[in-house]
Design a protein. Sequence first.
Length: 176
Amino acid sequence: MRKKLLMIITVVSLWQLAHPFERTSWCSRLAYTFNGYSSTGSHHSPNSLKGKAVHLAQQAQRLEIPYPAQRGFFAVHYRNECHKTIWTAVHYMDFDGNWVTRGWWKLEPGDTAYVAQTRNSIYYTHAYSDEPSDKRSYWKGDEVYKHVRGSDETYGFRKYSIEGNFCTYTHRFTCE
């Protein structure tokens, strides 16, 4: 039993290193990954390496160990749910307590980008669609105006707040 637990801890540690900001239950994702499609439909030989990995991942699911994102910070992602390509920037407080502005991430429709780690639940966004200026869509605000990546232009950022405990959080940009 002790060897089995050590193996589970090793598998869990490797998973956490490879996927530090995974929002879904890392145990279920681990089982899914090892099995290739589903932990419930596994028919791998119990003696094969893949079969053992699937079995260990299924056991790890029952341990209910906290998600990797529960390490004392928010992991902020941007997701483009609009049919247009967008350019995004973020303004957030870093771990040293300094406000930092970062950008630009080009997000095609359906793309996701990891943009920040912060202990502060407040962050600011600015985005615009990759279209001619007369047809451009904006996701902006007037709470904070900042330069992005050495630009002479200042951009208006909108304030957002993440509710709840430390987690992986995805900010969704929609066309609506």
